[in-house]
Design a binder for this molecule. Structure first.
Ligand code: UDP
Length: 234
């Protein structure tokens, strides 16, 4: 296996599957079984899950809701997704712990770095909910920050696109995919991988990111076994 400990970032939108809103049960089940495969192979795993399928802070202004309030609503949305994922992983026989950036002691533990690392050593999957607990951040920034804190080898950003392209492949059919690219090139070319805060945190701390298609069965397992797919940013 190529990695010992990884941070897997899943977007909330991906959880919708074919639906327009909320959580698709089929998608949850397939994610859980993909995660089980790599965990059973011995990988230490932490997961950050987004909330875009339920609420995004940037949409709050349109609704006449204060931005900061909206961001907290977005964080709560990530907790719902995290709880759903936790439950599904447990149905697959995995041991998990949900740690959150906001205090919600009835449903999750507070984030304590040493405890998170201990959980992973004990082969529990740690899910980080509620982002980092601060408005104006995203779950991508959460993924970068927590990955650095828990000394993950890599951030695996699971998306519905199979890597980083020279332009948006859903709009421009001639766009070409990079198999590897440097942090600086991504910035120079203005490519969209993560928001800038999240991205520069990885760059400054030399934490590689792999962008890959999480919806293609078996991809996660191939990646952790060193197969080159998606785009490696380092
Ligand atoms: N959010 C936040 N601080 C954080 C993490 C998330 O304020 O540390 C809010 C923010 O409003 C964001 C929402 O939670 O829009 C949902 O997360 P995100 O948009 O990153 O989810 P994704 O796009 O991955 O589904």
């Amino acid at each position: 296996m190529k990695y010992k400990r990884v941070l897997l970032k899943l977007s909330g939108e991906a959880l919708m599957g074919e639906k327009q809103f909320g959580i698709d049960s089929h998608r949850l089940q397939t994610y859980a079984s993909e995660i089980k495969t790599v965990h059973d192979a011995g990988l230490e795993l932490a997961i950050v899950i987004g909330g875009g399928n339920i609420f995004r802070g940037v949409d709050s202004n349109d609704l006449g809701i204060d931005r900061v309030q909206g961001d907290y609503m977005g964080m709560l949305a990530t907790v719902m997704n995290a709880m759903a994922l936790q439950s599904t992983l447990e149905q697959h026989g995995l041991y998990t712990r949900l740690m959150a950036g906001l205090n919600m002691e009835q449903v999750c533990e507070p984030f304590i770095r040493r405890r998170a690392m201990r959980h992973m050593e004990k082969k529990r999957i740690v899910i980080f909910g509620a982002g980092i607990g601060n408005p104006y951040f995203t779950t991508d920034s959460t993924a970068s920050l927590r990955a650095i804190e828990i000394e993950a080898d890599v951030v695996l950003k699971g998306t519905r696109v199979d890597g980083v392209y020279s332009a948006d492949p859903e709009k421009e059919p001639d766009a070409t995919k990079y198999s590897t690219i440097s942090f600086q090139e991504v910035l120079d070319k203005g490519l969209n991988v993560m928001d800038k805060t999240a991205f520069t945190l990885c760059q400054e701390n030399e934490l590689p990111i792999i962008v890959f298609d999480m919806n293609k069965e078996g991809n996660l397992n191939k990646l952790i076994n060193g197969e080159e797919l998606g785009t490696l940013i380092s």
